[in-house]
Design a protein around this ligand. Sequence first.
Ligand SMILES: [Zn+2]
Length: 477
Amino acid sequence: MGQEQTVTALRNAIKEGKLSHAYLFSGPRGTGKTSIAKIIARAVNCENAENGEPCNRCSSCIDINNGNFMDVIEIDAASNRGIDEIRDLREKVRILPAQGKVKVYIIDEVHMLTTEAFNALLKTIEEPPDRVIFILATTEAQKVPPTIHSRCQIYGFRRLTMKEITGRLEEVAASNDINLDQDARSLIARRANGGLRDALSTLDQIISYKGKNISKKDVMDVLGLVDDVFLASLMDAVFSQDAALIIELIGQAISQGKEAPQLARETALYLRDLLLYTIMGKDTDFRVASNDSLVFLEKQKNKAEKEQIMEALRKIMDVTDKLRFSEGQRFLLEIAFLELSEIFSSERKEPQKRKTSTKKPVNPEKAEKDDARNILWGKILAGVKEKKIPTHALLAQGKLLGVKDDILYIGFKKNYKFHKEKMEEKPNREIMENVIRELFQREMESQFIFVDDEQYNDIIVKKAIEYFGEDIVEIKD
Ligand SMILES: [Zn+2]
């Protein structure tokens, strides 16, 4: 489906007996590359092929379909990089077909082959034996060496449109007595990103969990997706710099079993939709937004500049990346969203060069980490100041070093021993911990340490400051 030109060309070649010795099929995953390769394998071996199509009933067709046909050899280069298989291929390729008429080698994800395997393959393709066809498939044609390209006939496979995929889902649902409502259908299609196979296997998966009546909510449950209206509300909180609401919504999502990396990824997709919506309006092929969140998009588009959305998008993608390797994910995510809200704050819209007049240029990554820490520290200090000014005066001499496993590490220089010890006393500590609890809506501990203390060499503290960077020596008197 969706590859009509390719199919016509190949069918004609089979009909006329003019198949080439080697093909390269390139295109996104799930668009039909290996399916078509297998149809070719059947068509050339079928006992009663007609019009370039296999009969799908003869013993050859059946054996090929079941993977029991000696002369159709499938190699998945992604799983083993193909060294043994290609060596084996070189030994056996010149042996005539044993069972059928033509040997067909189908090598999937061929770009994953090692250089050694590529060279071996190239030698074989350069002097192709009779009655052998190579069909190479890849999602990344640019990684296939040009020497291979030049020996193959190349066909590009395209992504299917939303309409094609929803249409196909509708057919499949109808013929299996499945009640798949329109929102569910378009959600599956959006998630498949142009790959029909993914859409169909998603549908299978949902049916096996949810039975024959499938709604949008069922799709979200099974795929573990975050509701687009929820994402829209979260972004509303970000746009209005409502830190408490941001933290609350993240807490909600996590208590419902959503994972931090997933939430970050979905937010990135939502921002992508918002960005495209501000540029193209309703004609966008949305990835997460549905009709339900259109009213949010419309409102939010006027609250943000394109540049701000792009900056936010970069930020959240960067965090998504970090979350994959990080412990303490929830906290990272919370900080990331607080940072996002700074990106959209009205102060930022004004000329923002004030800071840069100081001294040396700062390395951008460090500046970014400083931002995250400063934003959080600023919020904590402001909260403490509201509750008790003397406590604020003590705490303001310290600096947030980092957070790990819900413990905040706050550093004081040695000559602020008095401030540190005062902060360690129960009344002051409680004021600060109350502020932190209100901010993060859960218990978090705090530890006060001297920045040149040996505790600073403690592995846990080290890990805690990893995210923020290690510039704590810069605390100024
Ligand atoms: Zn057949």
